[in-house]
Design a binder for this molecule. Structure first.
Ligand code: GDP
Length: 421
């Protein structure tokens, strides 16, 4: 662990535009690839008379391991700049990326958008930028990659930059802060050092831009909300729910309530990293024990909060959603599964209240008959089983969700208001 402020960073962009290569390069340049891996490949490279190609070997290794579906994976990799330590959050291409990004399993404040210079804006470039805006990514660094493939041409870079600026304008992403950098992730141009191949560019490198990002948003003063991931029984201790504190503080001695199971008790012990601690705050993964609560009293999907300010349980809730993909149309009565924090509950579309202009957010149609892929809308949803969820304006961490059906993420949403049971 590091004393530096922590930043969650998303790497987004169209498939094959170079996201993994960029992550590999960032890890390599910041000395974050485990030394034994570098060493192993340095030897291999030297044997084959290719010393200096360690990076290529690291990438091969990352790719190979990824194909086998084991160990090294670009998500959850860490690296440091002078000012911050970064964790790469789930990245598109990962099966559950969209879902995780939405439900907060990997909330990022900032993102690097990778756009290949030889391909420009592609379908997933659009989708991810749209999603980034909906989910409130603050700063975008746009890496125009594969500059080596286009002979480091300034003209090509400017063309791609204009295309991306156009896209940002369409989705009303405040592009003033968007930083563009021409790079080659593969060759290492403008990643850690200014590239001699692109004298015409005098802006910051990728690492400098990451280092210059605004500080992560400070924790809010929202009450305790701790979605439960699992419930264990541990001999000598008893029932131990585990989860990550999203907001507020959990203290030994607190009276807490679990919703929607609707049970309460006093916190006896809190454990973090196998050590007992007196309290835990946002981002901490904890196991804790509550007096008088049995294993069957609570379950995954419950949210723990103060007994005098318990988590809301929705009879219905109104939300703003963006439909990303759906084979036909969505009408009232449709009942997909909502994934919110650790809960998964079937919810029925009670009504489709408004269709919105996705770029401006203004109302385009009241009470439309249906919505479809590409539409943004305000809808009212009715959970088929009790669901704890909060208005996004009050507790953002518990106020966003993914709508899934047929193994796909259909839509992303933010809770506007909750009509409590
Ligand atoms: P991802 O799907 O976005 O993660 O893309 P990858 O990182 O897997 O890269 C896709 C392909 O593009 C691979 O064959 C990479 O070697 C290649 N690639 C990535 N970055 C560069 C670059 O800067 N220059 C060149 N020439 N090839 C690159």
């Amino acid at each position: 662990m590091s004393d530096k402020p922590h930043q969650n960073l998303a790497i987004i962009g169209h498939v094959d535009h170079g996201k993994s290569t960029l992550v590999g390069r960032l890890l390599f340049e910041t000395g974050s690839v485990p030394e034994h891996i570098i060493e192993q490949h340095r030897e291999e490279a030297a044997e084959k008379g290719k010393s200096g190609f360690e990076f290529a070997y690291v990438m091969d290794n990352l790719a190979e391991e990824r194909e086998r579906g084991v160990t090294i994976d670009i998500a959850h990799q860490r690296f440091d700049t002078d000012k911050y330590y970064f964790t790469i959050v789930d990245t598109p291409g990962h099966r559950d990326f969209v879902k995780n990004m939405i439900t907060g399993a990997s909330q990022a404040d900032h993102a690097v958008l990778v756009v290949a210079a030889d391909d420009g804006v592609a379908p997933q470039t659009r989708e991810h930028v749209f999603l980034a805006r909906t989910l409130g990514i603050e700063t975008l660094i746009i890496a125009v990659n594969k500059m080596d493939v286009v002979d480091y041409s300034e003209d090509t870079y400017e063309q791609v930059k204009t295309e991306v600026q156009e896209l940002l304008k369409q989705v009303r992403f405040d592009s003033d802060d968007a930083r563009f950098i021409p790079i080659s992730a593969f060759e290492g141009d403008n990643i850690a050092e200014h590239s001699d191949n692109m004298d015409w560019f005098d802006g910051p490198t990728v690492l400098e831009s990451l280092n210059n990002l605004p500080e992560p948003s400070p924790p809010t003063d929202a009450p305790l909300r701790l979605p439960i991931q699992d419930v264990y029984t541990i001999s000598g201790i008893g029932t131990v729910p585990v989860g990550r504190v999203e907001t507020g503080t959990l203290n030994v001695g607190d009276n807490v309530s679990f919703q929607p199971s609707d049970v309460a008790g006093e916190v006896k012990t809190i454990e973090m990293h196998h050590e007992e601690v007196p309290k835990a705050g946002p981002g901490d993964n904890v196991g804790f024990n509550v007096r008088g609560i049995g294993k069957d009293d609570i379950r995954r999907g419950d949210v723990c909060g103060p007994a005098d300010d318990p988590p809301s349980v929705a009879e219905t809730f109104q939300a703003q959603i963006v439909v990303m993909q759906h084979p036909s149309v969505i009408t009232a009565g449709y009942t997909p599964v909502i994934h919110a924090h650790t809960a998964q509950v079937a919810c029925t579309f009670e009504s489709i209240d408004q269709k919105l202009d996705p770029s401006s957010g203004e109302v385009a149609e009241e009470n439309p008959d249906f919505i479809q892929a590409g539409d943004a809308a305000v809808v009212t949803l009715r959970p088929q089983k009790p669901l704890s969820i909060e208005p996004s304006s009050e507790i953002a961490e518990l106020g966003s969700f993914a709508i899934r059906d047929m193994g796909q993420t259909i839509a992303a949403g933010k809770v506007l208001s909750v009509d409590e049971r």
